[in-house]
Ligand binder design. Structure first.
Ligand code: HEM
Length: 415
């Protein structure tokens, strides 16, 4: 399909087989297009935005932070942060769900990847500037008249201020971590260590990676968890079964990594939420780095090619009744066919943290569901479509403390 992205012509690839081909051929379909051009303004040449020519080296550098061996430690931090988040919850309280999930995922990413002992106020400030930058990028990308970005409008001034603040706060975080020697055995230690030739990353390279992980790592998991709570709350049959599973598997304790395979329904809820609301991925773009073709269409060098996980995930020929929240559709699917379920992208540029995310989302949902029921607040309209780019708009839910039943039977909550 031919479309315009702002002033930019682009092709959107709509068939799963072709999307798969697009994703695996990263040398011909390189990171690029208006979204990534804008992202580079803040994340420079970090692992998510760098060209294919240097990507393998960068990916090798940061990949160990997500190695299977690290997952038990990450899961422990995730559990502690869920406990910290819920410790102040009160029965009957109305919860700003996206805000709560955002605080949770910020703390998890910062503690797992940067500084296990951090207290996060500085990072929360950094995260809110990053959110402002991401919102600015989204707005600028879709605005048809680029010249307007040069004008001193309030939105442009906010964007410029947020960018400056991101640089300032990130530099502060890096020098704090350098001086305290924090970041032992995690992403930060990988970034600050010498490579095999004894060379260190420059300050700018470290900065770009830190911003990349904060931009990529916090918002999307918070969006997924927020949509999951909304979907669970509006599907009482699924909610009852989720509580029963949490009670049966956890028997009152927080979820651990070893519970992951037993929390079957919870895992399917995560998969189905990512299908219905793949965060931040209404359109993902590539630029052809050579004259090439896809599906028989010639594509000269410099063509923007995009795909939309949202569109693929809602194809009725792949997912019958595609708009319905149906976690059980995943019951007998071990591995979806290539290109059909792509919330994490695919090929060499696939999300580095897909396993990390699945663990975090599954453990968080189960641990909270074992103790709390999140009920929709009547009278709210949660907008269903544009929010694939962001968290559900103003999602407030009422907290009910549960009295879990030890054997996963009928669950009970105080009225
Ligand atoms: C629900 C949560 C998440 C979703 C849906 C998600 C989705 C994605 C997608 C679609 C891409 C590929 C983009 C493209 O091909 O153009 C990607 C890349 C990436 N993601 Fe995630 N992500 C999530 C969470 C995270 C987390 C928690 C982190 C880090 C802590 C992270 C770090 C990255 C990085 C570094 C890349 C670039 C990988 C590369 O190019 O080698 N993401 N993510």
């Amino acid at each position: 399909m031919r479309i315009r992205l702002g002033t930019h012509p682009a092709y959107v690839v709509c068939h799963p087989t072709l999307v798969h081909q697009l994703l695996i051929a990263d040398r011909s379909f390189d990171k690029g297009g208006p979204i990534y051009d804008k992202l580079r303004e803040v994340a420079g040449n970090g692992v998510g935005t760098c060209p294919a020519a240097v990507h393998r080296r960068q990916r090798r550098l940061v990949q160990p932070a997500f190695h299977r061996d690290r997952m038990p430690g990450h899961a422990q931090v995730m559990g502690q942060e869920v406990a910290a988040l819920t410790s102040s919850w009160q029965h009957g309280q109305i919860l700003d769900v996206p805000d709560a999930m955002h605080r949770l995922t910020t703390a998890v990413v910062v503690r797992c990847l940067f500084d296990p002992d951090t207290d996060t106020p500085g990072v929360l400030a950094l995260q809110s500037s990053i959110d402002a930058v991401v919102a600015g990028i989204t707005r600028r990308m879709t605005w048809p008249l680029p010249l307007i970005h040069q004008l001193p409008t309030p939105a442009n001034r906010r964007y410029a201020r947020a960018r400056l603040q991101v640089r300032h706060l990130t530099d502060g975080l890096i020098s704090h971590l350098r001086s305290t020697g924090a970041g032992h055995d995690n992403l930060m230690s990988l970034l600050l260590a010498p490579d095999t030739d004894g060379a260190f990353l420059s300050d700018t390279e470290v900065h770009d990676q830190v911003v990349t992980f904060l931009v990529a790592g916090v918002g999307s998991t918070a969006i997924t968890l927020s949509w999951a709570w909304h979907l669970i709350g509006t599907h009482p049959d699924i909610q009852t079964r989720l509580h029963a599973e949490a009670d049966a598997v956890l028997a009152g304790r927080p979820a651990q990594l070893t519970d992951l395979n037993t929390l079957e329904l919870t895992g399917r809820i995560v998969t189905e939420t990512l299908r219905l609301y793949p965060p931040d991925s209404l359109l993902l773009t590539r630029t052809t780095s050579t004259d090439t073709e896809l599906g028989g269409h010639p594509l000269p060098t410099g063509t923007t090619v995009a795909f939309s996980p949202y569109q693929l995930h809602r194809r009725a020929d792949i997912y019958p009744d595609p708009d319905r929240f149906a976690p059980d559709r995943w019951k007998d699917i071990d591995k979806p066919p290539p290109g059909t379920w792509v919330p994490f992208g695919g090929g060499p540029r696939k999300c580095i943290a897909d396993t990390f995310v699945r663990i975090q989302a599954t453990l968080a949902l189960a641990t909270v569901a074992a103790r709390w029921q999140l009920r929709p607040v009547p009278g709210q309209t949660i907008r269903p479509v544009g929010q694939t780019v962001r968290a559900p708009h103003r999602l407030a839910m009422r907290l009910h403390r549960r009295r879990p039943t030890p054997h996963g039977g009928e669950t009970d909550s105080r009225a």
